[in-house]
Design a binder for this molecule. Structure first.
Ligand code: IPE
Ligand code: IPE
Ligand code: MG
Length: 250
């Protein structure tokens, strides 16, 4: 489906059986899940990590090729120091303890987002996990960590501007394909479906470029309550959508 080199071709059509190729999820509602139970927010994040495990397993079982999970946005640094520390601690734990299980299940891990603000031990764990799972051929799990789509787009523009200034590309040669090849998601097809839990209906700076033709599915459940059944319901709704890509069908 992906060809290498500068002329990158990506098949946007999901599998013939209606299974999407790429599912992306804005995992939201951990705090409200905890509040509902009079628990500290971190309890919601912990339960959310369990939901991540279940979701990854389910996507593997369903034959989905790519799963992108929005785990920490570039705006989430605005939260209290305590909450940021808790989230980073859980991330560290996940990267340390889940990698062997991911590896056994043939999952390839990739991370998108800025690495400069993350602590060096987390960056090392991310790099190690990516290298350790690089040859796996099953589900590609893309973790969006310290990710912000606007920054990603600006960075792509900056790289292209530098190439143009160096005479490596002509400004008129820059098109959507070339631009997309400079995003952090250059190796992946665009998501077919973006799911957001917790009833919020916005993208919160997630995959703004890549979402151009994604089907958006909003679920009222909080992320810690997300199960394989929730995913199946979202996929069933996706199956009912008619994707037109601007054309008139029928
Ligand atoms: C999602 O849950 C987890 C992250 C954003 C890291 P929230 O922590 O945003 O939960 P709510 O939205 O406050 O309920
Ligand atoms: C989006 O959720 C980020 C992640 C799920 C990681 P937020 O809870 O941070 O988004 P807003 O603040 O409600 O838009
Ligand atoms: Mg939230």
């Amino acid at each position: 489906m992906l060809s290498t080199g500068t002329e990158k071709k990506i098949d946007l059509t999901p599998g013939d059986d209606g299974t999407p190729t790429h599912v992306a999820i804005i995992m939201d509602g951990n705090g409200r899940w905890a509040k509902q139970r009079r628990l500290p927010r971190v309890a919601g994040h912990k339960k959310g990590a369990d939901a991540v495990r279940e979701c990854v397993r389910a996507c593997g079982e369903l034959g989905i090729s790519y799963l992108t999970l929005y785990a920490f946005s570039s705006e989430n640094w605005k939260r209290s120091e305590e909450e940021v520390d808790d989230l980073m601690g859980l991330l560290r734990h996940y990267l340390r303890h889940e990698i062997e299980a991911l590896n056994r299940n043939n999952v390839r891990l990739r991370c998108i987002g800025g690495r400069e603000r993350l602590s060096s031990d987390i960056v090392e764990l991310m790099t190690h996990a990516e290298e350790r799972t690089a040859r796996n051929t099953g589900l590609t799990l893309i973790l969006a960590l310290n990710y912000g789509a606007q920054a990603e787009i600006v960075e792509a523009a900056r790289r292209l501007a530098a190439k143009a200034a160096a005479g490596e590309v002509k400004p008129e040669e820059i098109d959507e394909t070339m631009f997309a090849a400079h995003l952090q998601t250059a190796d992946f097809p665009d998501p077919d479906i973006i799911i957001r839990t917790s009833g919020e209906k916005r993208l919160s700076n997630f995959l703004l470029w890549q979402a151009a033709y994604a089907e958006l599915i909003f679920i009222d459940d909080y992320w810690p309550d997300f199960t394989k059944e929730t995913l199946l319901k979202a996929l069933a709704e996706f199956g009912l959508r008619e994707r037109r890509y601007g054309a008139r069908l029928g």
